[in-house]
Design a protein around this ligand. Sequence first.
Ligand SMILES: NC(=O)c1ccc[n+]([C@@H]2O[C@H](COP(=O)([O-])OP(=O)(O)OC[C@H]3O[C@@H](n4cnc5c(N)ncnc54)[C@H](O)[C@@H]3O)[C@@H](O)[C@H]2O)c1
Length: 384
Amino acid sequence: MKIGVIGSGTMGSGIAQVAAQNGHLVYLIDTSQQALDKAKTNLSQTLNRLVDKEKITSEQAIQIGSSIQYSTDLNDLSPCGLVIEAIVENLTIKHELLKKLETVVSNDCVLASNTSSLSIASLGAVLNNSDRIIGIHFFNPAPIMPLVEIIPAVQTSELVLESITKLIQTWGKTGVICKDTPGFIVNRVARPFYGEALRIYEEGIADFATIDWAMTHFGGFKMGPFTLMDYIGNDVNYSVTESVFESFYFDPRFKPSFTQKRHKEAGYFGRKSGRGYYDYTEGVEWPMPNENEEIGILIFNRILAMLINEAIDAVLMQVGTTEAIDLAMTKGVNYPKGLLKWADEIGLPKVLEQLEELFSTYGEDRYRPNALLRKMVKEQKSFY
Ligand SMILES: NC(=O)c1ccc[n+]([C@@H]2O[C@H](COP(=O)([O-])OP(=O)(O)OC[C@H]3O[C@@H](n4cnc5c(N)ncnc54)[C@H](O)[C@@H]3O)[C@@H](O)[C@H]2O)c1
């Protein structure tokens, strides 16, 4: 099957590489010739690196490289069986593209979006044949991250869902099916990792370095929340939070933080701007955490309990299965353990107790323990 990818930026170029590595002929389209040239140069550098590391042979590199055709002409997509759009995150622009695309491709061509925050139903709404729309959400960098969220919209046909699920599996990726709800699985369940860390900082319980230390030292997370936000970019991370908050009709669980907003406003985006929560100027000393065990454990327990509460809500609302939610967090954002497995290990009564304590201390809806958690504790159940 020939595959079309539209948008040759960070995500589109990675997705094109994945499809080419899996033997497809790929048409990579962008309105900007400069973006296409950049994608082509980057891919050839990536392939050379893979050859150097002996991950692929030089013949394979040539084969992969020559499987991608770069073009600014949407009409080149006419022979494709699947087109994945990865253009700018803007509903109006994506709508215009999808409408045009439908006049170019055949009737049975599947049209997919890599959107992070728009609903797949809203994207499909402009199509004449909307049962072919589906979300295929890769993680950055697409060739490396194993997770792909597969999101059927209310309009998507069973056949399209089945064929895309199979395809993603043959690409060697971990596909998880999730409901077309804001943030899908990962960008919803991960919110407290940032939000609760920011709240703890705002309350003056600990500084950035101490919170990061607590999560890496006690939790085994690869990066602490502030290091990770600086890595993602505070502008990007803040707008995901804001969009999830708005999409959930302002549920206080997802409330954005003034600290992050101010950092974003100041241009303290993180690594890419040289300054975020930390100063990345060469030679500047990294702040030391306060390695007080009692505070560290308190921070870790609080953030983890909030993450587990969110994962349980995703189960309750059938955003994904227990297994899908655990896979999504371990394969999409490298969590050291699935949150629901972690909840079982801690013991659901203990998690409930921690949340009830937060809820009674603050009296805020943000800390309400999930109904499914209460029910499972009452019935002495576990997730696995
Ligand atoms: N960056 C991430 O970490 C990430 C992760 C998952 C999903 N996404 C989603 O993937 C999509 C792309 O994000 P990105 O970070 O790769 O963006 P990007 O800015 O790196 O690339 C977007 C590309 O699309 C091109 N483009 C814009 N309008 C176009 C049009 N009408 N036709 C053809 N090309 C067009 C631009 O020239 C640009 O090269 C967005 O929907 C985003 O939400 C991003």
